[in-house]
Unconditional design. Structure first.
Length: 197
Protein backbone atom coordinates (compact mmCIF):
# COMPACT_ATOMS: atom_id res chain seq x y z
CA UNK A 1 0.00 0.00 0.00
CA UNK A 2 1.40 3.38 -0.99
CA UNK A 3 1.85 5.86 1.82
CA UNK A 4 3.26 9.33 2.28
CA UNK A 5 6.17 8.84 4.70
CA UNK A 6 7.32 12.48 4.80
CA UNK A 7 7.76 13.81 8.37
CA UNK A 8 4.49 15.62 9.14
CA UNK A 9 5.97 18.83 10.58
CA UNK A 10 8.37 19.16 7.67
CA UNK A 11 5.50 18.77 5.19
CA UNK A 12 3.36 21.25 7.16
CA UNK A 13 6.18 23.79 6.93
CA UNK A 14 6.69 23.34 3.21
CA UNK A 15 2.94 23.69 2.49
CA UNK A 16 2.40 26.47 5.02
CA UNK A 17 -0.16 24.54 7.11
CA UNK A 18 -0.52 24.93 10.87
CA UNK A 19 0.19 21.51 12.51
CA UNK A 20 -3.10 21.95 14.45
CA UNK A 21 -5.04 21.10 11.26
CA UNK A 22 -3.30 17.72 11.29
CA UNK A 23 -4.34 17.09 14.89
CA UNK A 24 -0.87 17.90 16.26
CA UNK A 25 -0.21 20.42 18.99
CA UNK A 26 3.48 20.71 18.15
CA UNK A 27 4.98 23.87 16.77
CA UNK A 28 7.75 24.04 14.23
CA UNK A 29 10.44 26.57 15.10
CA UNK A 30 12.04 26.61 11.69
CA UNK A 31 10.70 28.70 8.86
CA UNK A 32 11.12 28.18 5.16
CA UNK A 33 12.39 31.08 3.12
CA UNK A 34 10.39 31.11 -0.08
CA UNK A 35 11.72 34.27 -1.63
CA UNK A 36 10.74 33.31 -5.15
CA UNK A 37 7.26 34.36 -6.19
CA UNK A 38 5.16 31.34 -7.07
CA UNK A 39 3.63 31.02 -10.51
CA UNK A 40 -0.12 30.58 -10.93
CA UNK A 41 0.44 26.87 -11.56
CA UNK A 42 2.64 26.66 -8.45
CA UNK A 43 -0.11 28.15 -6.29
CA UNK A 44 -2.72 25.75 -7.72
CA UNK A 45 -0.45 22.75 -7.19
CA UNK A 46 0.26 23.78 -3.58
CA UNK A 47 -3.48 23.93 -2.80
CA UNK A 48 -3.99 20.46 -4.27
CA UNK A 49 -1.06 19.08 -2.27
CA UNK A 50 -2.42 20.70 0.90
CA UNK A 51 -5.83 19.03 0.47
CA UNK A 52 -4.23 15.65 -0.34
CA UNK A 53 -1.89 15.88 2.65
CA UNK A 54 -4.50 17.03 5.19
CA UNK A 55 -6.93 14.25 4.25
CA UNK A 56 -4.21 11.64 3.58
CA UNK A 57 -5.45 10.89 0.06
CA UNK A 58 -3.18 9.83 -2.78
CA UNK A 59 -3.37 11.22 -6.34
CA UNK A 60 -5.63 8.61 -7.97
CA UNK A 61 -8.38 8.56 -5.30
CA UNK A 62 -8.15 12.36 -5.13
CA UNK A 63 -8.70 12.62 -8.90
CA UNK A 64 -11.63 10.15 -8.63
CA UNK A 65 -13.18 12.33 -5.91
CA UNK A 66 -12.76 15.35 -8.17
CA UNK A 67 -14.51 13.54 -11.04
CA UNK A 68 -17.41 12.66 -8.69
CA UNK A 69 -17.58 16.25 -7.41
CA UNK A 70 -17.97 17.48 -11.02
CA UNK A 71 -20.93 15.14 -11.60
CA UNK A 72 -22.89 16.18 -8.49
CA UNK A 73 -25.94 18.27 -9.34
CA UNK A 74 -25.76 20.68 -6.38
CA UNK A 75 -23.06 23.18 -5.35
CA UNK A 76 -19.82 24.09 -7.08
CA UNK A 77 -17.22 21.45 -7.96
CA UNK A 78 -14.71 22.83 -5.43
CA UNK A 79 -17.19 22.81 -2.55
CA UNK A 80 -18.42 19.33 -3.49
CA UNK A 81 -14.83 18.05 -3.51
CA UNK A 82 -14.23 19.36 0.02
CA UNK A 83 -17.54 17.85 1.22
CA UNK A 84 -16.67 14.43 -0.31
CA UNK A 85 -13.27 14.49 1.43
CA UNK A 86 -14.90 15.51 4.71
CA UNK A 87 -17.42 12.63 4.53
CA UNK A 88 -14.68 9.96 4.40
CA UNK A 89 -15.05 7.52 7.30
CA UNK A 90 -11.47 8.04 8.57
CA UNK A 91 -12.04 11.81 8.64
CA UNK A 92 -15.37 11.45 10.47
CA UNK A 93 -13.76 9.20 13.13
CA UNK A 94 -11.05 11.87 13.55
CA UNK A 95 -13.62 14.71 13.73
CA UNK A 96 -15.61 12.86 16.41
CA UNK A 97 -12.45 12.71 18.52
CA UNK A 98 -11.81 8.94 18.32
CA UNK A 99 -8.41 9.46 16.68
CA UNK A 100 -5.73 12.00 17.58
CA UNK A 101 -4.81 12.46 13.92
CA UNK A 102 -6.40 11.44 10.63
CA UNK A 103 -3.62 8.86 10.19
CA UNK A 104 -4.53 7.26 13.51
CA UNK A 105 -8.24 7.35 12.62
CA UNK A 106 -7.40 5.64 9.32
CA UNK A 107 -5.52 2.91 11.20
CA UNK A 108 -8.45 2.43 13.60
CA UNK A 109 -10.78 1.93 10.61
CA UNK A 110 -8.24 -0.38 8.90
CA UNK A 111 -8.00 -2.57 12.00
CA UNK A 112 -11.79 -3.14 12.01
CA UNK A 113 -12.52 -1.22 15.21
CA UNK A 114 -15.37 0.79 13.66
CA UNK A 115 -19.02 -0.07 13.09
CA UNK A 116 -21.24 1.90 10.72
CA UNK A 117 -24.93 1.21 11.42
CA UNK A 118 -23.92 -1.94 13.31
CA UNK A 119 -21.74 -3.36 10.49
CA UNK A 120 -17.94 -3.51 10.51
CA UNK A 121 -16.42 -1.20 7.90
CA UNK A 122 -12.66 -1.25 7.35
CA UNK A 123 -12.48 1.03 4.31
CA UNK A 124 -11.11 4.47 5.31
CA UNK A 125 -12.55 6.09 2.15
CA UNK A 126 -16.08 4.78 2.85
CA UNK A 127 -18.50 7.69 2.39
CA UNK A 128 -20.81 8.24 5.34
CA UNK A 129 -24.36 9.57 4.87
CA UNK A 130 -26.66 11.64 7.08
CA UNK A 131 -28.23 9.41 9.72
CA UNK A 132 -25.30 6.96 9.83
CA UNK A 133 -24.39 5.80 13.32
CA UNK A 134 -20.64 5.37 13.79
CA UNK A 135 -19.26 3.65 16.86
CA UNK A 136 -16.22 1.84 18.17
CA UNK A 137 -16.76 -1.93 18.55
CA UNK A 138 -17.90 -3.05 22.00
CA UNK A 139 -14.81 -5.19 22.65
CA UNK A 140 -12.46 -2.23 22.07
CA UNK A 141 -14.40 0.37 24.08
CA UNK A 142 -12.60 -0.40 27.35
CA UNK A 143 -9.14 -0.41 25.71
CA UNK A 144 -6.48 1.89 27.15
CA UNK A 145 -5.86 3.23 23.64
CA UNK A 146 -9.25 4.99 23.54
CA UNK A 147 -8.85 6.37 27.06
CA UNK A 148 -5.53 7.92 25.94
CA UNK A 149 -7.10 9.26 22.73
CA UNK A 150 -10.06 10.84 24.56
CA UNK A 151 -7.70 12.51 27.03
CA UNK A 152 -6.11 14.33 24.10
CA UNK A 153 -9.25 14.98 22.02
CA UNK A 154 -11.78 15.82 24.76
CA UNK A 155 -11.30 19.57 24.38
CA UNK A 156 -11.59 19.43 20.60
CA UNK A 157 -14.66 21.07 19.11
CA UNK A 158 -16.89 18.61 17.27
CA UNK A 159 -18.37 20.12 14.07
CA UNK A 160 -22.10 20.98 14.10
CA UNK A 161 -22.90 18.39 11.42
CA UNK A 162 -21.74 15.59 13.73
CA UNK A 163 -22.88 14.40 17.14
CA UNK A 164 -20.55 12.40 19.39
CA UNK A 165 -21.10 10.66 22.71
CA UNK A 166 -17.67 10.12 24.28
CA UNK A 167 -19.13 7.96 27.06
CA UNK A 168 -20.47 5.39 24.58
CA UNK A 169 -17.74 6.02 21.95
CA UNK A 170 -20.38 6.50 19.28
CA UNK A 171 -21.73 9.30 17.14
CA UNK A 172 -24.20 10.24 14.43
CA UNK A 173 -23.80 12.08 11.12
CA UNK A 174 -26.59 14.66 11.41
CA UNK A 175 -26.27 16.25 7.97
CA UNK A 176 -23.98 16.85 5.03
CA UNK A 177 -21.53 19.63 5.99
CA UNK A 178 -21.50 22.96 4.20
CA UNK A 179 -18.20 24.48 3.04
CA UNK A 180 -18.43 27.03 5.90
CA UNK A 181 -18.41 24.18 8.45
CA UNK A 182 -15.18 22.73 7.05
CA UNK A 183 -12.27 24.48 8.76
CA UNK A 184 -9.55 23.37 6.34
CA UNK A 185 -7.21 26.08 5.00
CA UNK A 186 -7.52 25.09 1.34
CA UNK A 187 -8.62 27.28 -1.55
CA UNK A 188 -10.59 24.72 -3.56
CA UNK A 189 -11.13 27.14 -6.47
CA UNK A 190 -7.43 26.81 -7.35
CA UNK A 191 -7.72 22.99 -7.35
CA UNK A 192 -10.64 23.21 -9.81
CA UNK A 193 -8.58 25.55 -12.02
CA UNK A 194 -5.65 23.11 -11.91
CA UNK A 195 -7.75 20.11 -12.96
CA UNK A 196 -9.72 21.96 -15.62
CA UNK A 197 -6.60 22.82 -17.64
Amino acid sequence: MARDMTPVLKRCRSLGIEPAYMGLDKKSKRTINNRRKKSEYGLQLTEKQKAKFIYGVLEKPFRNNFARAQKLKYGTTGENLMILLELRLDNVVYRMGYGRTRKEARQIVDHKHVLVNGKTVNIPSYEVKPGDVIEIKEKFKGAQRYKDILEVTDGRIIPEWLEADHEKLSGVVKEIPTREQIDVPVNEVLIVELYSK
